[in-house]
Design a protein around this ligand. Structure first.
Ligand SMILES: Nc1ncnc2c1ncn2[C@@H]1O[C@H](COP(=O)(O)OP(=O)(O)OP(=O)(O)O)[C@@H](O)[C@H]1O
Ligand SMILES: [Mg+2]
Length: 346
């Protein structure tokens, strides 16, 4: 966005995160729910990637799988790899996952109150998180509790919480929703992670506060050299913080494009539907549910294109699964009817 610091591009560098043909199902009473079906994407160091799609398309399941936070059972990995800096998160084991979550990957969520304990002060909780990070560090590098308190004040300052020292004594209920999200961001970044996974971090906030939190994430990205995976159903959020975006539909990736390509040349009919639902000045906002129809039942997924039943362009060829194919530099789409390079976005 204009006026924002640019972030050195490391496109072409080895990916920090590489999701390869990842498949995951939930074992339920009704059968096997095939939530994620063979998704692949890369995130370069320093890059900010958005994952967008309607409710239930598999965004949070993907985010939690990356950080190893999905309880199994009922979740069951059915194939693929999630490589973080070359290590497969699906196979490293809980002890190593905890270490990676403490040091390298942090996550923030929609509702900060769920992750803050109402009976402890902000200071106690933030210092506890900082101390927990120390346990996975070599003994000589560990911080003592008084230094952790100083670090907590420093982190609260970096997320622009007014009077950081005084806020240490505040209880979560004494803070507004936006301030609580700032505290959670301070907690997430206190271990100096390389990757921040943000799952709908602004959805519960009102619009002005949303913009402030997105600005903060962008600012911290520059300051900490962070990679960001931003999960949202809101293309406006993606437009303001992401370099690239993958569009998910019913547990699959249907489009993967740079921001500019996505907005100027959307190729998948589903992406076009999402974009049509983005509010414009002078045009009333439609909701994402304005795309007629609903997600297919993944207990018995349709063969072929999963968007077929909702797609105005669908034909007989759409009964075969469309492979994800490059249509331009930095732009892939899975659709038999997608426009080619020359007429995309027409
Ligand atoms: N523990 C579970 N058991 C069974 N099904 C589950 C479980 N967790 C998630 N699912 C299913 O997996 C699908 C994907 O869920 P997910 O939470 O990833 O959606 P989402 O894209 O994050 O949606 P939202 O925008 O509403 O957050 C949903 O249909 C959901 O019902
Ligand atoms: Mg979700």
């Amino acid at each position: 966005m204009s006026g924002r610091a640019t972030i050195p591009s490391q496109a072409g560098a080895a990916p920090l995160l590489s999701v390869r043909d990842f498949k995951l199902a939930f074992d339920t009473f009704d059968g096997v729910y095939q939530a994620i079906d063979g998704i692949s994407f890369d995130l370069a160091p320093g890059e900010s990637l958005g994952i967008v799609g309607e409710t239930g398309c598999g965004k949070s399941v993907t985010a939690k799988s990356i950080t190893g936070l999905l309880p199994s059972p009922p979740a069951r990995v059915r194939g693929g790899q999630i490589l973080f800096d070359g290590e497969d998160m699906l196979r490293v084991g809980e002890a190593r996952l905890q270490q990676i979550r403490g040091n390298d990957i942090a996550m923030i969520f929609q509702d900060p109150m769920t992750y803050l304990n109402p009976v402890f002060t902000i200071g106690t909780q933030l210092v506890d998180v900082i101390m927990a990070h120390q346990r996975v560090r070599p003994r000589a590098e560990r911080m003592r509790r008084d230094a952790a308190r100083d670090h907590a004040i420093d982190m609260l300052g970096r997320v622009h919480l007014p009077n950081p020292e005084r806020q240490l004594d505040a209880y979560p209920y004494q803070l507004s929703g936006g301030m609580r999200q700032r505290v959670l961001i301070a907690m997430a970044l206190s271990g100096r992670p390389r990757l921040l996974v943000a799952d709908e971090p602004t959805t519960a906030l009102d619009v002005t506060i949303q913009a402030q939190i997105l600005d903060l994430i962008h600012e911290l990205r520059v300051e900490f050299g962070l990679s960001v995976l931003m999960i949202t159903h809101d293309l406006g959020v993606v437009a303001s913080v992401c370099d690239r975006v993958v569009v998910m539909y019913a547990g699959q990736i249907v489009e993967d494009a740079t921001m500019a390509r996505l907005f100027d040349h959307p190729a998948h009919p589903y992406t076009r539907g999402l974009l049509a639902a983005v509010p414009h000045p002078g045009r009333p906002a439609a909701s994402l549910s304005s795309i007629p129809g609903s997600l297919p039942n993944l207990l018995d997924p349709p063969v072929g294109c999963r968007f077929r039943d909702r797609c105005a362009l669908a034909g007989d060829d759409c009964r075969r699964p469309p492979p994800i194919t490059a249509i331009a530099d930095g732009h892939k789409v899975a659709c038999w009817r997608s426009p080619g390079e020359s007429d995309a976005g027409a």
